[in-house]
Design a protein around this ligand. Structure first.
Ligand code: ZN
Length: 247
């Protein structure tokens, strides 16, 4: 393949532009905000689960409290009925009276026990409530952390995309004047060779793979016509000779 030396040198400009675009794309993929967002999203999801579990526990304990209060109320009502019957004088049989008094004593004991249960449930209810409050606050905070990281990511994206659009316009201006076959070869090599398709011959070295040519190889390169498109024997990249190449 042949190409004017000026077009070969333009290939180096294009390479620099493409490397810049690659850097921008790499920066976009590896923004520190992305790892931050992953972590914040995981924290947020874990906290959400904890809030749901705490809310479930709270509603279970609330039901337990209602039940415990109803139990106390039942016993209290029954004791009140007994008292009323005794006070009314309707119960005259000494044996019945004795039974009623005995039951009243048992009910008082039972009521005291049940009131202890109510107190114990109430303590658990309070701690359930504070856990829901605490976890909800932490969940809200984690939402803010996540949103802030997303906002910073979006700002970085916007900046990178603006830069990339500008560099892309530069690329089009350079690429349009490079002969199609040379451009095609460069694009193919760039894909094969980790993003670098064209490299300068600098002193005795290929700047693509850094291999230093033997004098005999260098002489062979020098012997090529100026418009010959030379490829590096080692890496296969287009080897561009410039005024400083020494070849
Ligand atoms: Zn090379």
């Amino acid at each position: 393949m042949n190409a004017a030396p000026a077009d070969q040198i333009r290939l180096l400009d294009l390479q620099a532009i493409d490397s810049r675009l690659d850097q921008l794309a790499h920066r976009r993929r590896t923004l520190p905000e992305l790892a931050e967002i992953d972590k914040a999203a995981a924290d947020h999801a874990a906290l959400k689960d904890l809030v749901i579990a705490a809310q479930t526990q709270l509603s279970d304990t609330t039901r337990e409290q209602t039940k415990a209060e109803q139990d106390v109320e039942q016993v209290r009502a029954r004791a009140a009925r007994n008292q009323q019957r005794m006070d009314s004088g309707a119960v005259t049989s000494p044996r019945d009276l004795e039974n009623l008094q005995h039951e009243t004593g048992s009910l008082a004991k039972r009521q005291a026990d049940l009131e202890d249960v109510v107190l114990e449930v109430m303590e658990r209810l309070e701690s359930s409530e504070s856990r829901v409050t605490e976890l909800t606050a932490r969940l809200e905070h984690s939402t803010v952390v996540l949103q802030e990281a997303e906002a910073r990511r979006d700002a970085a994206y916007a900046e990178i995309d603006t830069d990339a659009a500008k560099v892309q316009r530069d690329r089009e201006a350079v690429a349009v004047v490079i002969p199609a076959d040379l451009l095609k070869l460069y694009v193919r090599l760039r894909q094969q060779q980790g993003g670098v398709g064209a490299a300068r011959l600098q002193q005795r070295r290929c700047e693509g793979c850094r291999v230093e040519f033997a004098v005999s190889d260098l002489n062979a390169i020098k012997a090529e016509p100026r418009d010959a498109v030379v490829r590096c024997d080692n890496c296969g990249r287009i080897l561009v000779r410039t005024a400083e190449s020494g070849a």
